[in-house]
Ligand binder design. Structure first.
Ligand code: ZN
Length: 237
């Protein structure tokens, strides 16, 4: 069983009628619905319950998924640090869309994570640039989203380990829409599609990418803590 924990701040859906029309139970509920299976169990956290993301909780989480936008600042530093530490110990994490500015992402990247953006509802064509990557399986040469928020380069991230997808928008912008990183033992995937006013998380290709990313990011090894253990010479045990 893969244990997935979704954090969605769950603000837009409760404040904006047009977002509530797309995600009446919240973005997290839609992601949880398509991920849940015989092999994946899912629990959800929102900004209201963010303090319940404890070390104990993270120890039993294989992969976390993070969506936030309006209230990144309201996530306590100590929660973000716990998430970062869990990733360094081996937990996988997937950051979606505007989570590029979330505290855990910035803690893990160590850079500004700025990008350029505009909200004109452009069509986005998501190009697969690493078709052999596990996250790209089941995705063709490209797929299209009729409308998404435009994100453009430069994207203020460290050089990714792999760029799996590049987004192209009607306005001509391009963006590194699917990037992988490793931090210590943990795997990180950033995936750009997901503006809250469009039904992006109902899209079958987007769902395939996120499901593939869960399988890719699940830990192969976990460190019990982040220390430098004092050890004996080989053969002395
Ligand atoms: Zn957005």
């Amino acid at each position: 069983m893969i244990h997935v924990a979704i954090y969605n701040e769950y603000i837009h859906e409760r404040e904006s009628e047009c977002v509530a029309a797309v995600y009446p139970q919240g973005i997290h509920a839609v992601i949880a619905d398509f991920l849940r299976s015989d092999e994946i169990d899912v629990k959800c956290f929102t900004l209201d319950t963010v303090n319940e993301i404890t070390d104990e909780e993270l120890k039993t989480t294989d992969v976390m998924i993070w969506w936030g936008h309006k209230r990144h600042d309201a996530v306590p530093d100590e929660v973000a640090a716990r998430v970062r530490n869990a990733v360094q110990n081996g937990m996988g994490i997937i950051f979606l869309h505007s989570a590029h500015h979330s505290k855990p992402f910035k803690f893990l990247m160590g850079t500004c994570c700025h990008l350029t953006w505009r909200e004109d509802g452009d069509m986005e064509r998501v190009w697969t640039v690493r078709p052999a990557h596990p996250i790209a399986q089941g995705i063709g040469r490209y797929f299209e989203l009729p409308h998404d928020e435009t994100y453009g380069e430069p994207f203020g991230i460290p050089e990714p380990d792999e760029v799996v997808f590049i987004g192209w928008y009607e306005g001509g912008e391009v963006f590194r829409s699917g990037c992988t990183f490793h931090r210590d033992y943990g795997k990180i995937f950033y995936f750009q599609p997901g503006h809250e006013t469009f039904p992006i998380y109902y899209d079958k290709n987007v769902q395939t990418v996120i499901r593939n990313a869960v399988y890719w990011a699940k830990p192969a090894f976990r460190l019990p803590d982040l220390t430098c253990p004092h050890v004996k010479k080989p053969g002395e045990e």
